[in-house]
Design a protein around this ligand. Sequence first.
Ligand code: SF4
Length: 389
Amino acid sequence: MDAGLKRELEEKVYAGERLTRADGEALYATDDLAWLGRLAHHVRTEKNGDRVMFNVNRHLNLTNVCSASCAYCSFQRKPGEKDAYTMRVEQAVEKALEMKDEQLTELHIVNGLHPTLPWKYYPRVLRALKEALPGVSLKCFTATEVQWFEKISGLSADEILDELIDAGLDSLTGGGAEIFDWEVRQKIVDHACHWEDWSRIHRLAHSKGLRTPSTMLYGHIEEPRHRVDHVMRLRELQDETGGFAVFIPLRYQHDFHDSADGIVRNRIQAQTTMASPAESLKTFAVSRLMLDNFEHVKCFWVMHGLSLAQLSLNFGADDLDGSVVEYKITHDADAYGTPHTMHREDLLQLIWDGGFRPVERNTRYQVVREYDAPVTAADRRREPQQVWA
Ligand code: SF4
């Protein structure tokens, strides 16, 4: 990038001017990662100071049986496969209750598109979970699942959301977004929920007072221009509804244990090496800069590893996913040694050690508790710390 364009982009960011599609693509093309991070860190600090939010949640997958076979997914199983499972309502409640003593505030539930489970199963599970854990928010189902419920029930998304909200739904999840651009999407997604339906369902959820997350799966066969296109669509929808709580870039994962049963489910791994740490930090930074109407950018550490998650806090992220006991979609296996579970104390330490101030939040991003730093870290927290200082 030439010095003139660099100065122009820098001036726009510091003046709070909205960046264009061409600006986003130019930012991805820069080799100056430290400069890009500094711009994103400026915006992140303007919006969120030195706070890093997190919530204590548990991820549950009620079933891994799925009618679709998305090319990036190592989670789905077909009916009758050896490790296919579907939880009974009581099993889901039993699993959730195991975390009761850990002051969990949210359950995050996503599932395969089960071919024969009746629609009524889903509100029934929500009701049972709400009854068992009345203080816990239920963040459940992707827009893809809601569209699937339309298909299996004959109801409209409007009626489905009303029934789910009545059963205790507090938020949808942000999944199913992947990459909206059709050129890429048609090669990786194997269900019928694309931008038109994904945006329709989130728009509807926002109109009913739900705040929802949004995601982007990057680092597979897409190019930076597709990532820019993706966040611009979300930015437009956010202008319209204001209902997105957060944006979450998710790094595409290889399935390192395909050989366990000899079946290659994650079919695009031969075409990609996965995003490097630098590419991931770039994606966080450019997303933060483009999404001027989003308050929060979250790093889901299970998909990035703890080191990268900590660094992402200096590249635009201000939110870390909390205690995750189980998370399986796209992450059945990991060759990096990333733990699958982390608890409150581990997370606090990670945030303090990065030079930030941990703030526990609930699903709606209301503050649950602010944490004082250990004495030894206090000086380091007076100003947001940057890794290249
Ligand atoms: S990503 Fe979701 S819809 Fe696609 S195959 Fe996996 S579980 Fe099924």
